[in-house]
Structures are given as structure tokens and as C-alpha cells.
Write a protein that binds this ligand. Structure first.
Ligand SMILES: N[C@@H](CCC[C@H](N)C(=O)O)C(=O)O
Length: 269
């Protein structure tokens, strides 16, 4: 099977065109390809499909085969793939996702691809949460005897933001991600505000675990930090795999690189 591998600040993805699947089941293919030992290895699989309402459609699967409605770093990689492989004819185009039709802009080059995200929602209902959560509410959740304050939002996918100066133990990050309060699990972002222009972020993603970067996580961290008055509308988000820029305005805009790692063919059963 033909594949291309990209990363966006260390969040790595395999990209396929729908026809490359040759009828294979998508979720099982994601698990096989993304496996770090028995596959190529990646945080997720992106599939390029035709769209009747936008220029292209992006389908996304996490490493464990679960579907996610949106992936910010993935959408930048998708944009570069589509642009470089001439699947689109312009530098600015629209991509259909399960989180709506989103704009992408590669006119500043592949080191700084801009994507627009869906309007964040702070009022959450089932199936994302066990009981209704209102805007401004802070959830106090206990895992392994330690308590964490979470700001939750939906920005194309579900995120929790915890402000902390401490390194959070793996089992606590995993415990929050799989907390019974979130029946479909949640991505959790641990944020340290360094200045009004800079925040530091570590994300534990559902369907993967710790990743070197998470685009919708970076956007969530900056949206909440700005809402609380900690940062200016535009801030740099420093992650283990590099730096992203997030601007909060009429639309939340995520900017960062997309890098091609490899193109090849893989044997798959
Ligand atoms: N890495 C992504 C988010 C991928 C989806 C997430 N794991 C989920 O299940 O919601 C990003 O860059 O946004």
C-alpha cells in the first residue's frame, strides 16, 4: 500500500488517499499502519477523500483505531499533502471534517500553514460529559488521590485544560483522559503560562497517550489562557516537538509547520 508520512511539530501521521485503501477497513488499517513496532508508526492516520461541499474531505483515526472529529496538526499536514500533490489548485482552500468545513492557507509556505478551527463551545452535554457542564465551570476531578482542576471545551474535539507548574505523573494524565466523567474520553492539556505571549504545553491525547504536540490542544490551551486574561489574543504555544502559534479572534487560527518524513510502500495483510 502506498503511503506518505508527515509530522506537525512532532505529532506524526500517515497519509493515504482513499483509493490507496483498496477497500480495506479504515479503523483496522489505522491500527496496523500506526503501530510503532509492527507498522510504520504514527500518532494517527489521515485519509484524503472527495467532498461534495468543500475542496476535499479529511477523515482522521487515532493510533488505536478510534475516530476523532478533528486534528489540528493533522489538518496542516493534510493541507501540505493536498497542495504538494496538486489535489487542489489554490493556496487557500476548504476541507470538510467531522468538525465542519475548515479553511486552510498554505500561502506563507509549508513552515507556517494556517488553519481555522471551529468556534469553541464551553457548554457541554452528553455524550461528551456525564452531566451538563456550563461555560466558566471548573471541574475538580480526583485521580489516584490527587485533585485536578479542568477547564473543558469542544473545539472540533473534546479537550480539558489544567494549569499546573508541576510535571503530572503518567497514570494521572491517563486517569483524567479515561475518567468516568467523560464517556468518550478526553484529550488533556497541562499548561504553564510563561508570559502573556508564551505558554508551555504537554498533551495526553485520547487514542494515543502523550504526544510531542497537539494542534487542537494548543488552541484549547490558548483559548482558555486568553479567556482567563493570562495571555494576549496571539500567543506562542511551546510543545515538546516545537512551537505553534494560536490567535484567538472571530475564528481561532492555528499556525505551524508541516514536514514530509517519508513516502513509500508498505506490505499490509
Ligand atoms: N493531535 C491532534 C488531535 C487528534 C485527535 C485526538 N486524539 C482526539 O481523539 O480527539 C491535533 O493536533 O489536534
Amino acid at each position: 500500500m502506498k503511503f506518505t508520512k508527515y509530522h506537525g511539530t512532532g505529532n506524526d501521521f500517515i497519509l493515504l488517499r482513499e483509493e490507496d485503501l483498496e477497500g480495506r477497513e479504515e479503523s483496522e488499517t489505522a491500527k496496523a499502519l500506526c503501530h510503532r513496532n509492527f507498522g510504520i508508526g504514527a500518532d494517527g492516520l489521515l485519509i484524503v477523500k472527495a467532498s461534495s461541499v468543500a475542496d476535499l474531505m479529511m477523515a482522521y483515526y487515532n493510533q488505536d483505531g478510534s475516530v476523532a472529529p478533528m486534528c489540528g496538526n493533522g489538518l496542516r499536514c493534510f493541507a501540505r499533502f493536498a497542495h504538494e500533490d496538486d489535489l487542489v489548485e489554490t493556496d487557500r482552500f476548504q476541507v470538510e471534517t467531522l468538525a465542519g468545513i475548515l479553511p486552510v492557507d498554505v500561502s506563507s509556505g509549508y513552515d507556517s500553514i494556517r488553519i481555522g478551527l471551529m468556534k469553541p463551545s464551553f457548554h457541554l452535554t452528553a455524550p461528551h460529559v456525564r452531566r451538563e457542564v456550563y461555560e466558566g465551570e471548573i471541574l475538580s476531578l480526583t485521580v489516584n488521590g490527587r485533585s485536578y482542576d479542568l477547564h473543558v471545551l469542544f473545539i472540533g474535539t473534546l479537550h480539558g485544560v489544567v494549569f499546573t507548574e508541576e510535571e503530572v505523573p503518567y497514570e494521572d494524565a491517563d486517569g483524567l483522559c479515561h475518567h468516568e466523567f467523560f464517556p468518550e474520553h478526553i484529550n488533556v492539556n497541562f499548561v504553564k503560562v510563561e508570559s502573556e505571549d508564551d505558554i508551555r504545553l504537554v498533551t495526553f491525547e485520547r487514542g494515543v497517550g502523550y504526544t510531542l504536540a497537539c494542534g487542537t490542544g494548543a488552541a484549547s490551551a490558548q483559548v482558555i489562557a486568553h479567556k482567563l486574561g493570562f495571555t494576549k489574543p496571539q500567543a506562542k504555544v511551546h510543545v515538546d516537538g516545537g512551537t505553534l502559534e494560536v490567535t484567538v479572534g472571530d475564528q481561532v487560527v492555528l499556525e505551524g509547520p508541516a514536514v514530509c518524513i517519508a513516502k513509500g510502500e508498505m506490505e499490509i495483510g
